[in-house]
Design a binder for this molecule. Structure first.
Ligand SMILES: *[C@@H]1O[C@H](CO)[C@@H](O)[C@H](O)[C@H]1NC(C)=O
Length: 214
């Protein structure tokens, strides 16, 4: 039987999970205490007296990501895991490198994203939800900015013969990412192939073939 204290701890955990999520902070900062065993939505705060300049710092976004992979792109994240001071602030940043004609393939995350091109030319887009499923898309050059609303499936594609680079900010300290191809065809265990064949209006052979590649 749950004791009064267990119940109280549960209630406190719920209260903290609300307080520590990506919302308006109620202190200047709540630098993540990575060593705390307490589990909440977000991280518990370090003693402010122990907070250091480096808690708000990360170096390395000048380094190009390695794009030698199937997609020809590499996302370099800087989130709560890299900057403890991001805790409760609801922001993070990524650098994205694209090989010639490389793609950051269809994906979605728990955050809106605002992206700017530093180098090259990108085709970008997102699709709205049912029933419209409207594709909003633009070709961006250096200095152009585009927004991907939270939850929408979106992509970027390098249209050029040279590498491209973008920088993007997201309104979550830990946006996560669901890559559509991986989620659909690389789930563990696999989705039922009859269901998938119906969903994609194809046959189970096509589905099995796709599943074998992820
Ligand atoms: C980039 O990744 C490829 C494939 O994993 C690897 O063979 C190559 O050594 C890497 N290049 C650098 C500079 O790390």
């Amino acid at each position: 039987m749950a004791s009064f204290f267990q119940l109280l701890a549960g209630l406190l955990a719920i209260t903290f999970s609300v307080a520590l999520a990506d919302r308006h902070p109620i202190n200047d900062f709540c630098v993540a205490d990575n060593k705390s065993p307490v589990r909440v939505d977000g991280m518990v705060c370090k003693d402010p007296k122990l907070v250091q300049d480096d808690d708000f710092f990360h170096s390395g976004l000048h380094i190009p990501g390695n794009t030698s992979n199937q997609l020809g792109s590499k996302v370099t994240l800087v989130n709560i895991l890299h900057i403890p001071g991001l805790n409760t602030l609801g922001i993070s940043i990524v650098r994205i490198d694209y090989a010639p004609y490389g793609v950051n393939s269809l994906h979605t995350h728990r955050a809106s994203e605002i992206l700017t091109v530093l180098k090259g030319t990108l085709e970008v887009g997102f699709v709205s939800s049912n029933p419209e499923n409207r594709l909003f898309s633009k070709v961006l050059k250096k200095g152009d900015v585009f927004v991907f609303p939270t939850g929408t499936i979106h992509f970027q594609r390098n249209l050029g013969r040279r590498p491209a680079v973008a920088l993007a900010a997201l309104n979550s300290q830990n946006p996560g990412v669901t890559t559509i191809g991986n989620a659909l065809f690389g789930s563990k265990p696999k989705f039922n192939s009859d269901m998938m064949a119906r969903a994609f209006q194809t046959d189970t052979k096509v589905i099995s073939n796709l599943q074998s590649k992820f």
